[in-house]
Design a protein around this ligand. Structure first.
Ligand code: C2E
Ligand code: CA
Ligand code: CA
Length: 729
């Protein structure tokens, strides 16, 4: 076969020198299987390989040179017709040939990794119509180089074409020109190269198709040769030597730019893109991490704030603000916890400061506040068990009997020395004799406290005789279950003593109890206050009074209706709004309502009460002091609150004619009122003589059975109509 091969070309000299300088040792050097490796190729397959004037030329030839350098051995390049080249490779006469990879060839040869990709195309004369590829040549004569990939594909795909085989690509092109074939299918670079260089009147008439990988092939079984070749090719591709070869040949071998020679660039671009992507990803993930960290710390801070405000809210719910002592519900919880351990000799005590209002009225509000602070401090210092503040000067504590007794003794000593004006009353209940739960002990200690209060004692320990009466118990149960159902207002008229004219009426509550029948306010008002229902009673009475006043005004008989309010009502900061809304809701006149301030218990919240009353007075609501002369703080109220009227208590009015002492008290009260420009109403006027005496003393108004008993609404309206003659009371 050596006869048809053109003279060999030896590369070892110049390539080795060039490439060894440029190429670092990237790959492991595999020993060449032979001292001289023979590459073979197509003698007419430019720009890849062909016989030039000085021997083999082309891209493949230069690449073989680079492989020779990287592989450390000399290489010879033999060229011939393509079919002979393939046969020589099959027979083992030559070692290596560059060719397109195909399934048929892979059966014969072992290929290296491809180093280039080439497309095929159809070439024909200018008159030939454009075609889509190799598939619509039915019946045509198509020239292909023998044993080329195009030849193999036409056979493999069984296309209905008339194949014209030629010995070279150039011969195939010339077959079209000579009329032996209608068109030729060949690789683009070779066809373009030949058409350009030989100025053949042929055109490409199809888009590129059949992209084929170009690689070096060795005969199967030549593993050592393949290993050496692959390694040397890798080294050549990785080195600048390969890139130089590509740069030299790219204008010829890349008519469409679709080439594996770009691999290094692709690798480079891919690497740069990958690096950029990684940098971007890193920055993105770093930013994301920062965001997550920031967000996490924000969330943690928010959680801390939430938990702080939650614990603050919980603290506010469990502890009373004025004293920092437990609120009743929390106190019960703490005591019940302690009771689980069955503490022997333990005692629950309630004590209440009395005459607190009188003290604040005389010594100033700050004094009563100081008093509560001092007692709180003593409790915290001396009592190891739970302590509670109920407000309004009432405390509770749970501890050992000894501690409770010592605390009271100390309080009694201080009472006379450091806090001379304080008076207290206390009641206690013992575990387990008087109760097994905090609630039970508290209720019994409260009964003991009331007993102490009514019997003028400082401290009483509970016993069963102090339990509320069955009637009280029933009232308590009814209040707790059916609440205020059955309660209504009755009205007692008031007249001007001089003119005899009707000036107003007092609304008084009545309760038609389902089982106990009609109840007097004296039976249930103290319980209503104790159980905390008084504000609901007051609201109900205000609504009734305002409703009546509106109707009377509409009928042309405007009249002031008085309602009894307790200090508990006035100490409620929402009370002002409740009254204002009740009047506005009915479109009533503020001046038709008067509030009678009774003193059934004391309050240290004088400031709030004073502010509420002042605001109500500004609206036009009247303010009156009830039972003047009997309470502890009548004078205090007179000095602190914006009062327009005082009601002289009926105890001074009864039997006025005969009782000169009471007469003197009323006279001085009337003088005081006149001096302060305050109106006066005498209560409990039961007869004509008393009314005459009051007229003589120059008392302003009168209210009592002599004028009328308290009347249900319908009767009261009838009374108004019938009561027409002034001065006839
Ligand atoms: P109070 O405010 O001093 O009401 C006057 C009481 O004297 C009323 O008793 C009335 O029926 C009674 N009364 C009037 N004229 C005479 C008389 O000529 N002779 C005699 N012996 N008594 C007379 P009532 O209705 O039983 O009320 C008792 C107390 O209950 C009231 O005394 C007041 O402190 C309280 N109360 C009544 N209704 C209410 C209410 O709606 N709210 C509040 N907080 N307390 C009320
Ligand atoms: Ca009253
Ligand atoms: Ca009264």
């Amino acid at each position: 076969m050596g006869v048809f091969f053109l003279p060999a070309y030896c590369f070892t000299s110049c390539f080795r020198q060039l490439s060894s300088m440029q190429s670092p040792q990237l790959f492991q050097q595999f020993p060449p299987p032979e001292a001289n490796i023979i590459f073979a190729g197509d003698s007419a397959y430019p720009p890849f390989e062909w016989s030039g004037d000085n021997g083999p030329e082309g891209f493949n030839v230069d690449l073989a040179g680079a492989i020779s350098v990287q592989g450390g051995t000399s290489v010879r390049y033999l060229l011939g017709e393509w079919r002979d080249t393939i046969e020589a490779l099959e027979s083992g006469d030559v070692d290596v040939a560059a060719m397109f990879v195909s399934p048929a060839r892979e059966k014969l040869f072992h290929f290296t990794t491809p180093f280039y990709v080439v497309n095929h195309a159809v070439y024909a004369s200018e008159s030939h119509p454009q075609v889509n590829g190799a598939y619509n040549f039915s019946g045509q004569r198509v020239a292909v180089e023998e044993r080329s990939v195009a030849h193999e594909k036409l056979l493999a795909e069984d296309l209905a074409v008339d194949i014209v085989l030629t010995a070279s690509t150039q011969a195939a092109l010339e077959a079209v020109l000579s009329g032996q074939a209608d068109s030729v299918i060949t690789t683009e670079p070779t066809a373009e190269y030949l058409i350009d260089n030989l100025e053949l009147p042929l055109n490409r008439v199809s888009p590129p198709f059949w992209p084929s990988s170009y690689a070096f092939a060795v005969k199967h079984g030549r593993d050592d040769l393949h290993l050496w070749l692959q390694n040397a090719l890798n080294a050549a591709i990785a080195s600048n030597g390969y890139q130089d070869i590509y740069e030299n040949w790219k204008s010829e071998i890349r008519p469409d730019g679709n080439s594996l020679i770009h691999i290094p660039f692709y690798v480079g671009y891919t690497a740069i893109t990958a690096i950029l992507f990684m940098v971007t990803f890193f920055l993105w993930s770093w930013t994301l991490r920062r965001k997550v960290i920031n967000k996490t710390s924000d969330l943690q801070a928010a959680l801390v704030r939430v938990s702080q405000s939650e614990s603050h809210a919980r603290y506010m719910a469990d502890y009373e603000t004025e004293t920092d002592l437990a609120r009743p519900h929390y106190f019960n919880q703490l005591v019940n916890e302690k009771l689980k351990q069955c503490p022997v000799n333990s005692e629950l005590m309630i004590f209440r400061l009395i005459r607190l209002n009188e003290v604040s009225g005389t010594l100033g509000q700050s004094y009563s506040k100081e008093l509560i602070e001092t007692i709180t401090a003593r409790l915290k210092a001396r009592i190891t068990g739970p302590c509670c503040y109920f407000g309004r000067g009432t405390f509770a504590l749970f501890s050992s009997r000894t501690e409770v007794r010592r605390f009271l003794e100390a309080l009694s000593n201080e009472q006379t020395k450091q806090m001379p004006y304080i008076r207290y009353v206390a009641g206690s209940a013992r575990f387990s004799k008087h109760g097994r739960s905090s609630e039970e002990l508290l209720a019994n200690a409260d009964s003991a406290l009331l007993t102490a209060f009514f019997n003028n004692k400082e401290w009483v320990v509970y016993d069963h005789s102090m339990d509320p009466s069955p009637k009280d118990q029933e009232i308590i149960t009814a209040l707790r279950t059916c609440s205020l159902e059955g309660m209504y207002a009755v009205y007692q008229p008031q007249i001007d003593i001089v003119t005899g004219q009707l000036t107003g009426a007092e609304a008084l509550v009545r309760w038609q109890h389902p089982t106990l029948g009609a109840l007097s306010p004296c039976d249930f008002i103290p319980l209503v206050e104790t159980l905390g229902y008084i504000s609901q009673v007051t609201e109900k009475m205000i609504d009734a009074a305002v409703d009546l006043a509106v109707r009377l005004r509409e009928e042309g008989r405007p009249m002031v209706i008085s309602v009894n309010v307790s200090v508990h009502d006035l100490a409620d900061p929402a009370f002002f709004a409740k009254v204002k809304n009740a009047i506005q809701r009915c479109q009533g006149a503020f001046c038709d309502l008067k509030l009678e301030l009774t003193e059934t218990s004391f309050s240290s919240e004088i400031g709030t009460i004073s502010e509420t009353l002042t605001r109500l007075k500004c609206l036009g609501v009247g303010i009156s002091i009830d039972d003047f002369g009997t309470g502890y703080s009548s004078l205090t109220y007179l000095s602190m609150f914006p009062v327009q009227e005082l009601k002289i208590d009926q105890t001074f009015v009864f039997n006025l004619e005969a009782n000169t002492k009471n007469c003197d008290i009323i006279r001085s009260t009337l003088m005081l009122a006149e001096h302060l420009k305050i109106k006066t109403v005498a209560e409990g006027v039961e007869d004509k003589e008393t009314l005459s005496k009051l007229r003589e003393l120059k008392c302003g108004c009168a209210q009592g059975y002599f004028i009328s008993k308290p009347l249900p609404e319908a009767e009261f309206l009838k009374f108004i109509k019938e009561y027409s003659a002034p001065g006839q009371a």
